[in-house]
Design a protein around this ligand. Structure first.
Ligand code: SF4
Ligand code: SF4
Length: 372
C-alpha cells in the first residue's frame, strides 16, 4: 500500500490556531476546537519525534511554520528547534508564514542566520489590507508590518508577499500590484484566491461561500490585470508564483504549488500536539492520521484513509478536466474548491472558468518568454 515519497512538505502549527489577528476569511481559527488543550504550544519532544521521522523518511523535506501566528510560540523555541537540526545534520528547508506583526531585529537576524524563507501575509495598501486582516484588540498593526518588511530587506532575508485575493481588494489589481512592486519594492509575490465554504474545509461541501470569497470572473479579471502589469515591465525582475507555475508546466518541470499537483497527500499538517493530518485544508477528524508521539510516519501513512485521500483527486477529477487542454497545468485544482457541478453532476473546481481564461490569455506570452 505504501510508496515512499521523493519529497515531503509538512506544515507545523507551533501555536495551533492561536493568533493575534482575527482575519475575516481565516480558515484556521475555528480549528482551536480540534484539540482539547488550553496551551496550544508545541513542545520540543514532539518536534524532535517528527524530525527524526523526516530524517529517515524523505530525501528532500521542507517545513513551513505557520499558524495561527507562529511567532507566538516564542523565539527561544525556534533557537532550540533549529539547533537540533544543525547538531544532528538534518537538512531541511525552513519556511515561516507570518502576519509580520511580531517580528523584530532578533527574529530577523535568526531568520538570516538559519536561511529561512519568510512569507508575509499582506493584502495590499493599508486601506485594503485592514478591511479583512483585523486585530483581536482592534489596534492597527500595519505600520509595524511595513517596518518589519524593511528589517527583512535590511538583513537580506529571503521573503515573499502572500496576498489573498478577496472581495475587498479584487477590484484593485493595479493598486495592489504597484504598491508591492513600486512602493514596497518586493520581488516575490503569491496571490491566493479566497474561496471558502461557510461550513469549513473537507470534501463534498455545498456551494455556500463566505462573504470574503470572490467569483471566478473577479479572480480572472484580477489575475489578467496583474499579468499585463507584470508582462509590460517586470519580467525577470518580479516573480509571480502563478505565472512561474504555468511556465513550469509548459516546460514539464516541477513546481511547488500543491493545488496544481496531480495527486494530493504530499503536504501534511502537524498540529502543536503532534496530531498529523493529511492536508492543511483538511484538518478535520475524518483526516487525522494519528499522532507522531505514538506512531512513526511510516505507520501513520500505512492507513487506508490516507491511501484514499491520496487517490481521491486522481480518481474523482471531472471528465471535463481530463479532456481539458489545460489539464497538464491545473489537474482540476484543489478538491477543497470542488463545489460546483459539471454536466454529469460531478463535483468540479469552482475557479475552472477563470483558470481556462487565464491560461488562454497568458500561455502564448509565457511560451514566447520561454523561447527567448
Ligand atoms: S486538498 Fe488541495 S491543498 Fe490539500 S493536498 Fe490536495 S491539492 Fe493540495
Ligand atoms: S481549467 Fe478547468 S477543466 Fe481545465 S483542468 Fe482546470 S479545472 Fe479542469
Amino acid at each position: 500500500m505504501f510508496t515512499p515519497f521523493d519529497s515531503l512538505h509538512i506544515t507545523i502549527k507551533p501555536k495551533g490556531a492561536i493568533c493575534n489577528l482575527s482575519c475575516k476569511y481565516c480558515y484556521y481559527l475555528r480549528k482551536k476546537s480540534l484539540c482539547n488543550n488550553t496551551d496550544f504550544s508545541i513542545n520540543l519532544k514532539t518536534y524532535i519525534n517528527l524530525l527524526e521521522n523526516l530524517k529517515n523518511f524523505a530525501n528532500r523535506s521542507s517545513i513551513t511554520w505557520q499558524g495561527g501566528e507562529p511567532t507566538l510560540r516564542g523565539l527561544d523555541f525556534f533557537y532550540e528547534a533549529i539547533n537540533y537540526q544543525k547538531i544532528h545534520g538534518i537538512k531541511i528547508k525552513n519556511c515561516f508564514q507570518t502576519n509580520g506583526t511580531n517580528l523584530n531585529e532578533e527574529w530577523v537576524k535568526f531568520f538570516k542566520e538559519n536561511d529561512f524563507l519568510i512569507g508575509i501575509s499582506l493584502d495590499g495598501p493599508k486601506n485594503l489590507h485592514e478591511k479583512n486582516r483585523v486585530s483581536v484588540t482592534h489596534e492597527s498593526y500595519y505600520d509595524k508590518i511595513i517596518e518589519n518588511i524593511n528589517l527583512l530587506k535590511k538583513y537580506g532575508v529571503d521573503f515573499n508577499i502572500l496576498c489573498t485575493v478577496n472581495k475587498e481588494n479584487v477590484r484593485y489589481p493595479r493598486e495592489v500590484y504597484e504598491y508591492f512592486v513600486n512602493t514596497l519594492k518586493v520581488n516575490f509575490l503569491q496571490f491566493i484566491p479566497i474561496v471558502q465554504s461557510e461550513k469549513g474545509s473537507g470534501f463534498n461541501r455545498e456551494n455556500v461561500l463566505n462573504p470574503q470569497s470572490i467569483t471566478p470572473k473577479e479572480y480572472e479579471d484580477f489575475i489578467i490585470s496583474v499579468f499585463d502589469l507584470w508582462y509590460k515591465k517586470d519580467v525577470g525582475k518580479v516573480s509571480v508564483q502563478l505565472f512561474e507555475v504555468i511556465m513550469a508546466s509548459w516546460l514539464g518541470t516541477e513546481h511547488g504549488l500543491c493545488e496544481f499537483q496531480k495527486n494530493c497527500g504530499q503536504a501534511l499538517l502537524m498540529e502543536h500536539n503532534g496530531d498529523i493530518y493529511a492536508c492543511d485544508h483538511f484538518a478535520e477528524k475524518d483526516f487525522l492520521l494519528g499522532n507522531i508521539n505514538e506512531k512513526s510516519l511510516k505507520e501513520l501513512f500505512d492507513n487506508k484513509m490516507f491511501y484514499d485521500f491520496r487517490a481521491y483527486k486522481r480518481e474523482n477529477v471531472s471528465k471535463e478536466c481530463i479532456a481539458c487542454k489545460y489539464f497538464f497545468i491545473c489537474h482540476g485544482e484543489c478538491p477543497k474548491n470542488w463545489i460546483v457541478r459539471d454536466k454529469e453532476g460531478k463535483r468540479k473546481n469552482y475557479l475552472c472558468e477563470s483558470y481556462k481564461r487565464i491560461f488562454d490569455y497568458t500561455s502564448d506570452k509565457l511560451l514566447a518568454l520561454i523561447k527567448r
